[in-house]
Design a protein around this ligand. Structure first.
Ligand SMILES: Nc1nc2c(ncn2[C@@H]2O[C@H](COP(=O)(O)OP(=O)(O)O)[C@@H](O)[C@H]2O)c(=O)[nH]1
Ligand SMILES: [Mg+2]
Length: 283
């Protein structure tokens, strides 16, 4: 595999930007892709936010395998990590997120009340790697209140928060972390779901990785979507050929146009057209 560069400069900058904002933040919402919750999580995040309360949002739950998502929720619970599966496209998230936030911040709320402080709205920031749905989540959460709440004191830069209901404010600009991967498998999963650019890993290898995974875990989905019979196909190239023939991905002369097959398959997979599936399981 081509060596993937992990740019320390980018990371340092992202880190600084997030750290600046954290001063006025009560809770961090980490958005990950429910289909690859570990690979789409940046391992530096906990180091950056330290003891700040965190809620992991397994977004795009509508695309993930419900059985596997249940296992992830169990896993997080066992490890005392707060996590919630969500669909930012269609769920009505305002209440759900606020309730969960209250639950997580219960200690803070009780401490402040004991000191005689009045209940106050809480400030949240959304953080995650590219393409996990951070913007979609923020829009969903703050959809009824597009108006900004203005600047908050205590930070040098102008910060703008959006209202998510009366008592929750979410920073309008998500913190973006570069995905961190030094093993091939993590890179493949990120590439498969379009979380890193198609130019970073060879598209043929990414496609074959996807085909191999589906053959093992979701063979019926592959057969149904493309009208093929896997038992009759010996290797992955034959599968690509069969898909190409079924879908007319041919160059003049009748040869298979493999680039078209790769793009067709990856688009189908990324958009959930092969059905709900997860690419990372709890060990
Ligand atoms: N199916 C589905 N797609 C989603 C969901 N959330 C976001 N998306 C899509 O994922 C893509 C990336 O979302 P975006 O909010 O731009 O990601 P960001 O880069 O993290 O800000 C867009 O095409 C969204 O429509 C979700 O819960 N389910
Ligand atoms: Mg965005």
């Amino acid at each position: 595999m081509k060596q993937i560069q992990w740019f320390p400069g980018h990371m340092a900058k992202a880190r600084r930007q997030i750290e600046e904002k954290l001063q006025v933040i009560d809770i961090v919402y980490e958005v990950v892709d429910a289909r690859i919750p570990l690979s789409s999580s940046n391992p530096m995040l906990n180091d950056i936010i330290r003891h700040k309360p965190k809620l992991i949002l397994l977004n795009k739950d509508d695309l993930a395998d419900p059985k596997i998502t249940k296992e992830w929720i169990k896993y997080y619970k066992k490890n005392a990590v707060e996590a919630l599966p969500i669909n930012s496209l269609t769920d009505n998230l305002e209440k759900t997120i606020y309730q969960k936030t209250l639950e997580i911040l219960r200690d803070t709320i009780e401490k402040e009340a004991a000191k005689g402080m009045k209940p106050r709205p809480f400030n949240a920031i959304v953080i995650g790697i590219p393409n996990v749905g951070k913007s979609q989540f923020i829009n969903n959460l703050a959809k009824k209140n597009k108006a900004k709440t203005g600047n908050l004191p205590g930070v040098t830069k102008i910060q703008s928060f959006l209202n998510a209901g009366d008592n929750l404010r979410v920073y309008d600009n998500p913190g973006v972390l570069w995905p961190k991967f030094d093993d091939e498998l993590t890179g493949m999963k990120l590439a498969l779901l379009g979380s890193i650019k198609d130019s970073i890993l060879p598209i043929d290898e990414v496609t074959l990785f996807g085909i191999e995974y589906l053959k093992k875990h979701y063979p019926e989905s592959l057969e149904k979507r493309y009208g093929i019979d896997l038992t009759a196909l010996v290797d992955n190239i034959e599968i690509l050929d069969a898909i190409g023939k079924k879908r007319g991905c041919l160059v003049s002369g009748g040869e298979i146009d493999y680039d078209r097959v790769y793009n067709l398959f990856l688009n189908d997979l990324r958009n959930g057209l092969l059905g709900r599936m997860s690419f990372e399981r709890v060990d």
